[in-house]
Design a protein around this ligand. Structure first.
Ligand code: DAH
Length: 357
């Protein structure tokens, strides 16, 4: 065999392998191309087999030449393997690239909910007038929510349609419910206060006056633009030996004028009925200027604490007299900011809430 031609044939084979490898776009294509040249029935293997039929001296040079070709093909294969692996890595890096020039995510400053702003305002104003702030359970017993407050068995507020009763307290356990008002805090706070001063009271001495407000969440089966099943109330209680309706009027008037920043705001106490007060009054306010001027707006219930309730506090109603009020911070917030739908408070819409930040 002409050695020169044989060499050219091997060069051509290497060149053809290089071309095939270069055209392999995926690792699987490359392995297929490899099999065509280096595999069991590949071109190089076939050339090796042909060697057997050559004379010994030719076998040596021819064999060495085929080996060189084989090495060249293997080198080309490895180079292409590396190139494909590099390209894949490059593509992955590109796909997962972080754009470090993007501006950071902004986390805006938070703010208080408008009703929280109102509650803080109420607490601040009453604290400045010598009132404590008390806190109590939202799941109440029938005793604190109704019975102790002189509310009879057949009172409509005790019906299933108006009140969320809590199951699972056990067959013998006293009924529990989500408190329908903050008034049970009158009893809870007064009982604690009286307990602390029991010895002095029994000895015929006095006790410091009870002056407390109790803001918090309350619950009723009710839902429309001005009622929500969860809403807020703030209770007030003032008990002493020389307290009168006049004191309640002065304090409540002062509170409303300060809360609404309106010195000429007028109050009206309208006779009403609550089981736990006698007499009872609804408190209306009237602005003298601004968008609500001239209208009477109901803001609270109030009254002189009923003797039965004073007794349930552990006090002698012949000696102690008390005044109570209950107001709706949600409604106060609506009036203060001119909001017409209570549901806005509980939807969590940031476009609404951001306005109070
Ligand atoms: N608890 C009453 C209600 O939810 C409000 C109320 C009225 C509270 C008169 C009082 C009061 O303390 O004296 O409708």
């Amino acid at each position: 065999m002409d050695e020169r031609i044989a060499m050219n044939e091997l060069d051509a084979l290497v060149a053809s392998a290089e071309t095939d490898f270069a055209q392999a776009a995926l690792p699987a294509d490359l392995e297929n191309a490899k099999a065509r040249f280096l595999g069991k029935s590949g071109r190089i293997t076939a050339l090796m087999k042909d060697l057997a039929s050559l004379p010994v001296d030719e076998k040596k040079t021819r064999g060495a030449a085929i080996n060189l070709a084989k090495q060249a093909i293997e080198a080309a294969l490895n180079a292409r393997r590396q190139a494909l692996a590099d390209a894949e890595l490059q593509a992955q890096l590109q796909a997962e690239a972080l754009d470090v020039t993007l501006p950071g995510r902004q986390r805006g400053p938070g703010g208080l909910h408008p009703v929280s702003i109102t509650l803080e305002r109420i607490e601040g104003i009453f604290a400045s007038m010598g009132f404590e702030v008390a806190d109590g359970p939202e799941i109440e017993t029938d005793w604190f929510n109704f019975t102790a407050l002189n509310t009879p068995e057949d009172h409509p507020a005790r019906s299933m349609h108006d009140t969320f009763y809590v199951e699972g307290a056990g067959p013998d356990a006293p009924p529990h419910l989500l408190r329908t008002h903050t008034s049970p805090m009158q009893i809870r706070h007064a009982v604690q206060h009286v307990k602390r001063h029991r010895a002095a009271l029994d000895a015929g001495e006095g006790m410091p006056e009870i002056r407390v407000i109790a803001p918090g969440r309350t619950y009723r089966v009710d839902s429309d633009a001005t009622h929500s099943p969860m809403f807020h109330q703030c209770e007030g209680l003032w008990i002493g030996e020389n307290v009168s309706f006049k004191d309640l009027k002065v304090v409540f008037t002062d509170f409303c004028r300060t809360f609404f920043e309106s010195r000429d705001l007028v109050l009206r106490f309208r006779p009403s009925f609550f089981p736990f007060t006698e007499p009872s009054a609804e408190v209306d306010i009237q602005f003298q200027s601004g968008p609500l001027a001239g209208r009477w707006l109901e803001v609270a219930g109030s009254g002189q604490v009923h003797p039965n309730v004073v007794r349930n506090m552990g006090l002698d109603p012949e000696r102690f007299i008390g005044f109570a009020f209950g107001m709706g911070p949600d409604r106060l917030t609506m009036l203060r900011y001119g909001i017409n739908d209570l549901r806005l408070f509980f939807e969590g819409d940031l476009r609404f809430l951001r306005q109070f930040r």
